[in-house]
Design a binder for this molecule. Structure first.
Ligand code: NAD
Length: 418
């Protein structure tokens, strides 16, 4: 089938849902309910800039489902954020939380802005105002944001502080991914990359590929990609390629993943790292390797390039990197895809631990957190693999079958109000 580049992220999310829901016996009305977000908020708000001007910004917060608990999902700052993208990301969060069995529904937020062109003070002003605008939806029992692309622990601290100032007391559980000093969880920063590592490791075992010496290419050397890379390296993998928005690097003999991270934090990019060839992001995706880890943005692996991808395993660190057309090619070629809703679920899992710790004002050790995370990720991988074998479907459809069934069951048990 020809690739349709005009398909939006939300159209892709719905197509993935439709591909899986046909394997389940769910009332049509419940299917219709789960195909659309529960609620979506658009906010237009002014921000005081450093040059004394006032600039208007647009932001979004979308809740996809509240059937299994409060909603959870990150906040993205990017010039290309759209309501459509936020709706897709919110829906994916619902399935992700259900796949790993944590008691949340899906949400997502975003602000159309270019944080790279803003000062720290402008970013703080934007964040505090956006947090106030979405506070009609946000609360520790209702909707708990977290970091996503271009937002970080500092941004979460500003959101927590803003919400707390309005309440008159500190409410750490309103947001996760906070700095440790103000109620963040040990292990949260590494959690998504750690989850990628656990699921890639399980996939290597399943495919009979030894982890020692397995070759790994990582697109997007940010929080998820760089940490996933060095944790896989710690298990014996060889990191042969890495990239960011400015381009990529490649050395078939491998390089030190932590040193590349240091180089990027000093220079702003992986490009120029000594002892590696410069490659493009497109070339990186098509390298011969055991594990490809797309961990940048959506729709990078499409019907157009899927045929040229030579990786044996794709571990989706990013949300939505693979289109349904590419999935069909991989199913034919026998490329094993660990879907985003499973591969990158480590972040929301430790966010859940952070939220629980925040509600109780009682904090756990990093070892406890990493062990609990491992148990959840390994179990979820096994659950999805079992469905994939039983129904003879790929891992994405299997993950969706598991997730949709859990959410639909919650809807049915709760009943339709009134
Ligand atoms: P980040 O901002 O830390 O890193 C993103 C990286 O991607 C950066 O190195 C950036 O340079 C690179 N990049 C941007 N555009 C690119 C392009 N066109 N080509 C190649 N590289 C490009 O973000 P992150 O938190 O690591 O998130 C990355 C992905 O993982 C996103 O899809 C996000 O939704 C997903 N995710 C993140 C978390 C988390 O806990 N941070 C959890 C689940 C999923």
């Amino acid at each position: 089938m020809a690739e349709n580049h005009s398909k939006s992220a939300y159209e892709i999310a719905v197509e993935q849902f439709d591909n899986a829901v046909k394997y389940l016996d769910i009332k049509q009305g419940i299917v219709d309910m789960l195909r659309v977000p529960k609620r979506q908020l658009i906010v237009n708000f002014p921000v005081q800039m450093d040059d004394d001007s006032v600039k208007m910004f647009t932001g979004y917060r979308v809740h996809h489902s509240t059937a299994r608990g409060p909603t959870k999902g990150g906040i993205r700052y990017h010039p290309d954020v759209t309501l459509d993208e936020v709706k897709a990301l919110a829906m994916w969060m619902t399935w992700k939380c259900a796949v790993v069995g944590i008691p949340y529904g899906g949400a997502k937020g975003g602000v159309i802005c270019n944080p790279k062109e803003m000062t720290l003070r402008e970013l703080e002003n934007l964040t505090r105002r956006y947090a106030t605008e979405i506070s009609v939806l946000m609360s520790p029992g209702g909707d708990i944001p977290a970091p996503d692309v271009n937002t970080n622990a500092q941004v979460m601290a500003w959101i927590m502080d803003t919400y707390s100032m309005h309440k008159g007391y500190t409410v750490p559980a309103v947001v996760t991914g906070k700095p440790i000093q103000v109620g963040g969880s040990l292990g949260r920063n590494e959690a998504t990359g750690r989850g990628v590592m656990f699921t890639a490791w399980e996939a290597l075992k399943h495919k009979g590929i030894p982890i020692e010496g397995a070759t790994v290419a990582v697109q997007g050397y940010g929080n998820v990609g760089s940490i996933g890379a060095y944790l896989l390296q710690d298990k014996g993998c060889k990191i042969i390629a890495a990239s960011d928005s400015r381009g990529g690097i490649y050395n078939p003999k491998g390089f030190d993943a932590r040193d590349v991270k240091r180089f990027k934090s000093e220079t702003g990019t992986v490009v120029g790292y000594p002892g590696a060839d410069v490659i493009t992001n497109e070339e990186l995706l098509e390298l011969e390797c055991d594990v490809l880890v797309p961990s940048a943005l959506e729709k990078v692996i499409t019907g157009e390039n899927a045929d040229r991808i030579k990786a044996k395993i794709i571990a989706e660190g990013a949300n939505g990197p693979t289109t349904p057309e590419a999935d069909r090619v991989f199913a034919e070629k026998g490329i094993f895809v660990i879907p985003d809703v499973l591969a990158n679920a480590g972040g929301v899992t430790v966010s859940y631990f952070e939220w629980v710790q925040g509600l109780q004002f009682f904090f756990w050790s990093e070892q406890d957190i990493n062990l609990k995370l491992r148990d959840i990720m390994v179990k979820a991988f096994g659950d999805v693999l079992a469905i994939s074998k039983e129904k003879n479907v790929d891992m994405r459809i299997a993950a969706y079958i598991l997730a949709i069934d859990r959410v639909a069951e919650a809807v049915m048990i709760r009943g339709i109000y009134p």
